[in-house]
Design a protein around this ligand. Structure first.
Ligand code: ATP
Length: 324
C-alpha cells in the first residue's frame, strides 16, 4: 500500500521546536503530493475526531513559535486497547494511511501499540525537553529549555552576588539529569543535585563555606526536580534547621517549556520532520527519527519506547571542579 495521506499529532508535554517538526512534516508531505491532516490535542483529540486539513500556509510563520499549533494532551483512554481500536477506525474512516507522533516515550508506547495490535503504520519524532528517550542523543526542545534555564540562572546570579546569597534553582526534567547537568556546567553552578540522588547536606554546607572562605559571595546549586517538583524546599528546610544556613529557592518550572526554539531545535526538528515523511514513503515503519553519532536517522520504534537517563555524572564532577 502506498502512503497517500498522513496524520500528524503532538502528544505528552509540549516542547519548543514541535512546530518546526510539524512544518517539516507538512511541507515534505505536500512536496511529495501526500495529503496531510493535523490532529488536534494528541490521542485525546484523535479519539474525538479533531482534524484539521493542512496546507502550505497552515504551517507558515510558525517556525519561530514555541508550543505546538496542534496543541497536545495526555489521554488515559488511549492506554486501553479498545480505544486504540476506535482510534484506528477513525483514522481509516478519514482515509489516513499512517500517523506521525511527535512526543516522548509514553507517546511512542501508544504508537507502538497501534502497530503491534492493529498494524497501523507509525513513525515517531522525539519531542520533549527532558532528553530522556532511549537510543537517541537528542530530543526536540532540550536545547531551548537549557538556554532558557541558563538565562534565568544568570539573572539569579546577579542578585545572589549583590546580596551574598545562596540559591537553590530547581530545573525541570523529572527523572532525567540532562537539563540540570548542562545548566550546571554552563552557569558555573557550585553544585548540581541529580534527580534521585540522596542529598548530602553536610557536603553542600562544606562546599559553600569553603567558597566563602576564599572570598566567594554567592552560590548557585542546581536541583533536578526528580519525580515530584518542589524538592528544593525540603533541602532548604534541612539546611536551615540542621545547619543554620539560609538559602533561597527558585523553581523555574514551565518557563523552560516556552519560548522561541533555539537553532539546534529548529535544525534537528526540520531534519526529523522531513525524514519521518521519507520513512513513511519508503515503508520504513514502525520507526523513530533519532540522533546517533550526531546524525539524524531512523531506528526501529521498539528501540525508543523506554526512558534513558543520560546521567553523565562526569559533568557533575566537571561543574564542581570548575567552581571550587
Ligand atoms: P513527556 O515525557 O514529554 O511528557 P510522553 O509522551 O512521555 O511525553 P506521557 O504522558 O507519558 O508523555 O504519554 C502521552 C500519552 O501517550 C498518554 O497520555 C497516553 O495517551 C499515551 N501512552 C502513554 N503510555 C502508553 C502506553 N503504555 N500504551 C498506550 N498509550 C500510552
Amino acid at each position: 500500500m502506498n502512503i497517500s495521506h498522513i496524520g500528524v499529532l503532538c502528544s505528552g508535554g509540549d516542547s519548543p521546536g514541535m512546530n518546526c517538526a510539524i512544518r517539516a512534516v507538512v511541507r515534505t508531505a505536500l512536496f511529495n503530493n501526500i495529503q496531510v491532516t493535523g490532529i488536534k490535542r494528541g490521542y485525546a483529540g484523535l479519539l474525538r475526531g479533531e482534524f484539521q486539513a493542512m496546507n502550505l500556509s497552515s504551517v507558515g510563520n510558525i517556525i519561530q513559535r514555541g508550543g505546538t499549533i496542534l496543541q497536545t494532551s495526555r489521554s488515559p483512554e488511549f492506554t486501553k486497547a479498545e480505544f486504540r481500536k476506535k482510534a484506528v477506525d477513525i483514522l481509516k474512516a478519514q482515509k489516513i494511511d499512517a500517523l506521525i507522533v511527535i512526543g516522548g516515550d509514553g507517546s511512542f508506547n501508544g504508537a507502538m501499540a497501534l502497530w503491534r495490535e492493529l498494524q497501523f503504520p507509525v513513525i515517531g519524532i522525539p519531542g520533549t525537553i527532558d532528553n530522556d528517550i532511549s537510543n537517541t542523543e537528542y530530543t526536540i526542545g532540550f536545547d531551548t529549555a537549557v538556554q532558557t534555564a541558563i538565562e534565568a540562572v544568570d539573572r539569579i546570579r546577579d542578585t545572589a552576588h549583590s546580596h551574598a546569597r545562596t540559591f537553590l534553582v530547581e530545573v525541570m526534567g523529572r527523572n532525567s539529569s540532562s537539563i540540570a547537568l548542562k545548566v550546571g556546567v554552563c552557569t558555573g553552578a557550585e553544585n548540581v543535585l541529580l534527580p534521585n540522588e540522596e542529598i548530602n547536606h553536610q557536603k553542600i554546607v562544606d562546599d559553600i563555606k569553603r567558597g566563602i572562605a576564599r572570598g566567594k559571595d554567592s552560590s548557585i546549586i542546581i536541583v533536578a526536580e526528580g519525580p515530584v517538583a518542589g524538592r528544593s524546599y525540603e533541602i532548604q528546610r534541612v539546611l536551615k534547621e540542621t545547619y543554620q544556613m539560609d538559602t533561597h529557592v527558585v523553581i523555574l518550572g514551565h518557563i523552560q517549556r516556552g519560548g522561541s526554539p533555539a537553532s539546534n531545535d529548529r535544525f534537528i526538528a526540520s531534519q526529523m520532520g522531513n525524514l519521518a515523511v521519507e520513512g513513511l514513503i519508503n515503508k520504513n515503519f514502525p520507526s523513530v527519527t533519532v540522533v546517533q553519532n550526531g546524525k539524524v536517522l531512523l531506528t526501529d520504534l521498539a528501540n525508543c519506547i523506554t526512558k534513558a537517563d543520560h546521567n553523565f555524572t562526569e559533568y557533575q564532577t566537571l561543574a564542581q571542579t570548575l567552581s571550587i
